[in-house]
Design a protein around this ligand. Structure first.
Ligand code: NAP
Ligand code: ZN
Length: 357
């Protein structure tokens, strides 16, 4: 099946309309009409080859929601008409220890939703800036939010699970002081989720203009991280800090805010590395510096259900496909509260003309 999509032919070129093929559904596949797709900062890193290794044409997008249009003969859990989501994973080896534990995100054979090898043309996966996608049933998530919230559910498929997973791993909850660094797509979800889990939430931002908005999102306190006095007021006080910043910055400024045995998890993936933190800031208080990558499929479903139960969705700005390049520039300038979401219906009128395969 040929579908309209939006992608880039090179790292230094803007995204533009193009056409891609989707395989016919196999016995275990689910075919989905994509209604909305969020724009993650990872899309920008990948499409501009900031992480290197990008295959072109590159169609990004891994915050996908839509409706099932067809299922393979062996699919029992989904049927046409179901509201579903696809996140960052569309395949994995299905038999390693990580897959057995539902941690497909850490499987060495994990296949990401875009830019990973596949038998499908053109040889690498193509993401959700497209009209439809075909995915093995194991990686399809059920959406229990009301349909009217569907666009705002899309960012949960990456920003939601990427923040939910480390918050659960490090046991954010009542009695815990939790920091969230960077109030962007991931960070604003981190604030909402940590608040819903019952933690005392402190938002760190470089943008004083986000102070009021962070309180509305559920932060109990807001710290402007470029203000040394505001930072010093929180020395040695945090159980856990979730750092979502998309650029290299001074990690020590946050390590010293952890109390003994506290941990900071990095989820931001800047194109160039951070300077390593001062080892004394780790050893003196037995602190941990950790990382975390998205989340497994069972936990992604758990997160979606938690959000449906607590009425949590992302704060979004809905855009047409033709506005994607401008949205990237605005995301880099921090001019979005807090996630752009593409209305994929607009792909029907982009005049896509370049078949890829
Ligand atoms: P985003 O919407 O652009 O938000 C990033 C936020 O970081 C900004 O809003 C800004 O917040 C802060 N920031 C940006 N530049 C900064 C700088 N130079 N110094 C200090 N703070 C800065 O991006 P996102 O979509 O949330 O993604 C964040 C990062 O996570 C990206 O690198 C992305 O690739 C990565 N990511 C990782 C995973 C994973 O599995 N680990 C999954 C998804 C995304 P303030 O204005 O509040 O300071
Ligand atoms: Zn993402």
């Amino acid at each position: 099946m040929l579908v309209n999509a939006y992608g880039a032919h090179a790292g230094n070129q803007p995204l533009q309309p193009l056409r891609i093929t989707r395989r016919a559904p196999g016995a275990h596949d689910v075919q989905i009409d994509i209604a909305f797709c969020g724009i993650c900062h990872s899309d920008l890193h990948q499409v501009r080859s900031e992480w290197e290794g990008t295959q072109y044409p590159c169609v990004p997008g891994h915050e996908i929601v839509g409706r099932v249009t067809a299922v393979g003969a062996h699919v029992a859990t989904f049927k046409p008409g179901d509201l579903v989501g696809i996140g960052c994973i569309v395949d994995s080896c299905k038999h390693c220890a990580d897959c057995d534990e539902g941690l497909e995100n850490y499987c060495d054979g994990m296949i990401g939703t875009y830019n990973f090898p596949t038998a499908d043309a053109p040889g690498w996966t193509q993401g959700g800036y497209s009209q439809a996608i075909v995915v093995h049933e194991r990686y399809v998530l059920r959406i229990r939010h009301p349909e009217a919230q569907l666009a705002a559910v899309a960012p949960l498929l990456c920003a939601g699970i990427t923040t939910y997973s480390p918050l659960r791993h490090w046991q954010a909850g009542p009695g815990k002081k939790v920091g969230v660094v960077g109030i962007g797509g991931l960070g604003h979800m981190g604030i909402k989720l940590a608040h819903a889990m019952g933690a005392h939430v402190v938002a760190f931002t470089t943008s004083p203009s986000k102070r009021e908005a962070a309180l509305q999102l559920g932060a109990d306190e807001v710290v402007v991280s470029r203000n040394p006095e505001e930072m010093a007021a929180h020395l040695k006080s945090f159980d856990f800090i979730l750092n979502t910043v998309a650029a290299p910055h001074d990690l020590d400024a946050f390590m010293v805010l952890l109390k003994r045995d506290g941990a900071m998890t990095l989820v931001g993936a800047p194109a160039t590395p951070h300077d390593a933190p001062n080892v004394f800031n780790l050893i003196m208080k037995r602190r941990t510096l950790a990382g975390s990558m998205i989340g497994g499929i069972p936990q992604t479903q758990e997160m979606l259900d938690f959000c449906a139960e607590h009425g949590i969705v992302a704060d979004i700005e809905l855009i047409q496909a033709g506005e994607i390049n401008e949205a990237y520039e605005r995301m880099l300038r921090g001019e979005v509260k807090y996630r752009f979401v593409i209305d994929n219906a607009s792909l029907g009128s982009t005049g896509a003309s370049t078949p890829v395969s």
